[in-house]
Design a protein around this ligand. Structure first.
Ligand SMILES: O=C(O)C1=C[C@@H](OP(=O)(O)O)[C@@H](O)[C@H](O)C1
Ligand SMILES: C=C(OP(=O)(O)O)C(=O)O
Length: 444
């Protein structure tokens, strides 16, 4: 992202209307490049998200020997090196702002006999890596992190690595995926137990690329859990992948259409994997008119077109069990809650404190600065909405190198009297480079 901050003021808009598409899913895009690079043969990827986070993954896979190219028609091709075939990168792998690239690639490197260094921006360098360092160390990888278990860090993979059984201490698809990816080149069966289901793109895609992977639903001591087993020394076979639209990017436009009077917006081709679709359930429970049209399957993932109409939302208590299925959508949900009728109560969101920023504290500060009524609790926010009256607006609000804060506060600007100034829009390019252009087209 640009080193120079790009401030911008987002002002009240007319209704959002017409039909649009958001870019490809970030999680699936990262995994397409990684698995393509570990497969034998030529993988093609249509609809890859060309955001900075995904481009950091592409650069890292290239640095470790894969050939990755973008065709003029926007289709990407990956010529893989095969599981176990990665080369030692000559330079540090610059992960930019991307937690997913970092943690998943640490898993990939863990079972290769290579050394790699990982660096990132100020936001990424403050995020906890102990959660992957611990299980990958048990598999035999060695780590030299910065104090506090953060980036920059150096690691040495282990060949052959040792299969483990790991019960996830935090609900994290990144930790789960890191262990499964390490298990690909590890003889025997590597097992991950998930007490709380998180996004399952890795499982779906590993199977799609031909890995032997089984998912068992079992009754654990504290309720149902998922046991995922991957058989090591796998061979992956190149695939043709179509990436569906990212529900986490669509979220900004869904909330915008719900809160701007007169809106009637159609968003096509949105991924609706049940492990990602929590926001839609929550917004509907708040009274949001969201219709799912033309449900179908794209690239092994459920997809639909959404019709979203302006609705007077009302506050609810959000079930904390839904958190993993909408973990990146809370900042924009907080915006919706700020103009709803009554109180919205959220809890169980400790993980939001270790994203690109502390999303509970940063959103509480930003929303208060534009006139919202917000109480910050240890693990969630309690927001008393305006009942449909626009927020006053103001700012500049501070985004702390966090794309989702920048985009959420941009949407808040649409529902404000005086507009919302955002201190830096540069981070938006990490996940949704066309966001501002699309907003201008839809909300004029
Ligand atoms: O696996 C993934 O692609 C992701 C998992 C989530 O992180 P955690 O696993 O750390 O919750 C999410 O916040 C991130 O944007 C993408
Ligand atoms: C948390 C996010 O991404 P990452 O962890 O990959 O930086 C996000 O996109 O909201």
């Amino acid at each position: 992202m640009s080193e120079t901050p790009t401030p911008r003021r987002f002002t009240a808009s007319g209704p959002l209307r017409g039909t649009m598409r958001v870019p490809g899913d970030k999680s699936i895009s990262h995994r397409s490049l990684m698995l393509g690079a570990l497969a034998i043969g030529k993988t093609t990827i249509t609809g890859l998200l060309e955001g900075e986070d995904v481009l950091a993954t592409a650069a890292a896979m290239r640095a470790m020997g894969a050939t990755i190219e973008r065709g003029d028609d926007g289709t990407w091709t990956v010529h893989g090196v095969g599981v176990g075939g990665l080369l030692q990168p000559a330079q540090a792998l610059d992960m930019g702002n991307s937690g997913t690239s970092t943690r998943l690639l640490m898993g990939v490197v863990a079972s290769h006999g290579i050394t790699a260094s990982f660096t990132g921006d100020a936001s990424l360098s403050a995020r906890p890596m102990g959660r992957v360092i611990e299980p990958l160390s048990q598999m035999g990888a060695q780590f030299t992190p910065s104090p506090g278990g953060t980036l920059p860090l150096m690691m040495r993979g282990c060949l052959p690595a040792v299969p483990i059984t790991c019960r996830l201490p935090v609900a994290s698809a990144q930790v789960k995926s890191a262990i499964l990816l390490a298990g690909l080149n590890t003889p025997g069966i590597t097992t991950v137990i998930e007490p709380v289901a998180t996004r399952d793109h890795s499982e779906r895609m590993l199977k799609g690329f031909g890995a032997r992977l089984e998912v068992e639903e079992a009754e654990g001591a504290d309720g149902p859990e998922r046991i995922i087993r991957i058989h090591g020394d796998a061979d992956l076979v190149a695939q043709d992948i179509v990436v569906p639209g990212d529900p986490s990017s669509a979220a900004f436009f869904i909330v915008a259409a719900l809160i701007v009077p007169g809106s009637d917006l159609r968003i096509e081709n949105v991924g609706l994997n049940p492990t990602r679709a929590g926001l839609i359930d929550v917004l509907r429970e708040m009274g949001g008119q969201i219709d799912l049209l033309n449900p179908r399957e794209v690239g092994g993932e459920p997809v639909a077109d959404l019709r979203v109409r302006h609705s007077q939302l009302h506050g609810i208590t959000v079930d904390p069990a839904l958190a993993p299925s909408m973990i990146d959508e809370f900042p924009v949900l907080f915006v919706a809650a700020s103009v709803a009728t009554g109180q919205t109560v959220t809890s169980g969101l400790d993980e939001l404190r270790v994203k690109e920023s502390d999303r509970l504290s940063v959103m509480a500060t930003a929303l208060r600065a534009i006139g919202a009524s917000v109480e910050e609790r240890e693990d969630g926010l309690v927001i008393t909405g305006t009942g449909g009256t626009p927020l006053a607006g103001g700012g500049p609000v501070t985004t702390h190198l966090d794309h989702r804060i920048a985009m959420s506060m941009a949407i808040a600007g649409l529902a404000s009297t005086n507009g919302v100034s955002v201190d830096d829009t540069a981070p938006i390019a990490t996940s949704f480079p066309t966001f501002e252009k699309m907003l201008l087209e839809r909300a004029s």
